[in-house]
Design a protein around this ligand. Structure first.
Ligand SMILES: [Zn+2]
Length: 71
């Protein structure tokens, strides 16, 4: 059985983290140096021409945001 209230909470949480990810992507793409919240290493932007899975990654792998590039 689905608990509707919980389901709403999950949706809100993922929307929030989606917005956070978008904000993070914008900062990194603007050339800002951003550290991973978890391990403190610098988050690197991997572009589509560099890898088949472009995204934002820290060196330890705890930040792992795959991007759909539509540039
Ligand atoms: Zn990390």
């Amino acid at each position: 059985m689905i608990d509707i209230k919980k389901f709403d909470e999950i949706k809100k949480t993922s929307a929030k983290s989606f917005n956070e990810q978008k904000a993070l992507i914008k900062k990194v793409m603007a050339g800002r140096v951003i550290q991973c919240n978890t391990c403190g290493t610098t988050i690197k932007l991997v572009l589509p021409e560099q890898s088949e899975s472009p995204g934002l990654y820290c060196s330890k792998g705890c930040t792992d945001i795959t991007l759909d590039f539509e540039l």
